[in-house]
Design a protein around this ligand. Structure first.
Ligand SMILES: [Zn+2]
Length: 253
């Protein structure tokens, strides 16, 4: 069975994070790999995606992906984007009912947001480069421009990602991030030119700085690298599968 976790129940949207459990992929990709781009058997990935779609009661053709290029660009997904990969983007937003935004991760932070007022939703793949470039803030700005979203009304969920327990970064990462106000809270120095970085905390602080209330941010605290039984981790295994964070506005009627 699919072990997706529902994290949002505002009545207008549904969101979930998958784990590695419940699919048909084998070996390094066992079992619920959702990415075609990592070397897994395409038939297994297709089967896994069908399982995900079935669990949500909608077809894979309603799925929109971002190309995930480790940038901070967020694209507005229109109905015409259904079934496509949006080039050059790491984040997607939409107010189209039934259109399913999906980001793939194995250590990077999957961020899902809901604006219950419009309603509209957003999904972001936040690695260190995107986070250093303020991608979570950009997502809220794009939703503000497109839908009039107010950060103080947003609900957000941060999914399974590599934790501050395991994510060691070096000087180039620190140089890119340390000018940011959240750096001291998210990073801990562990040696000469070595830091442990809590990427989720960095994203969470970006959301807070943009005006999202503390109580409106849910964090799934699990570390992907610490839990090989439950999660794929690129840092731990290199060649491995991808989990998903996915969100949609409920279809009409
Ligand atoms: Zn860990």
């Amino acid at each position: 069975m699919l072990r997706a976790r529902d994290v949002e129940a505002t009545g207008c949207a549904r969101a979930a994070f998958t784990t590695r459990l419940g699919g048909v992929s084998r070996g390094r990709f066992a079992a619920f790999n959702l990415s075609y781009a990592v070397g897994d058997d395409a038939r297994a990935v297709a089967d896994n995606r069908r399982r995900l779609a079935r669990a949500w009661g909608c077809g894979p053709e309603r799925l929109v992906e971002a190309a995930q290029v480790h940038g901070n660009r967020v694209a507005v997904a229109t109905p015409e984007a259904a079934g496509t990969v949006v080039p050059g983007a790491d984040g997607l937003v939409t107010d189209e009912p039934g259109l399913w935004l999906i980001v793939y991760v194995a250590d990077c932070v999957p961020l899902l947001v809901v604006d219950p007022d419009h309603p509209a939703v957003g999904a972001l793949h936040a690695g260190w480069r995107g986070t250093a470039a303020g991608a979570a803030s950009v997502l809220l700005e794009v939703m503000g421009c497109a839908y009039g979203t107010r950060p103080e009304r947003v609900r957000a969920a941060l999914g399974p990602a590599i934790g501050g327990c395991c994510y060691e970064v070096d000087a180039p990462v620190a140089a890119a991030m340390s000018p940011s106000p959240w750096w001291p809270a998210a990073a801990r120095r562990t040696g000469p030119e070595r830091w442990r970085l809590d990427l989720r905390e960095a994203v969470r602080r970006q959301l807070r700085a943009a005006g999202v209330p503390e109580a409106s941010i849910e964090t799934i605290g699990a570390c992907t690298m610490c839990r090989p039984d439950a999660f794929f981790s690129h840092r731990r295994d290199r060649t491995t599968g991808r989990m998903a964070g996915c969100i949609r506005v409920h279809p009409r009627g």
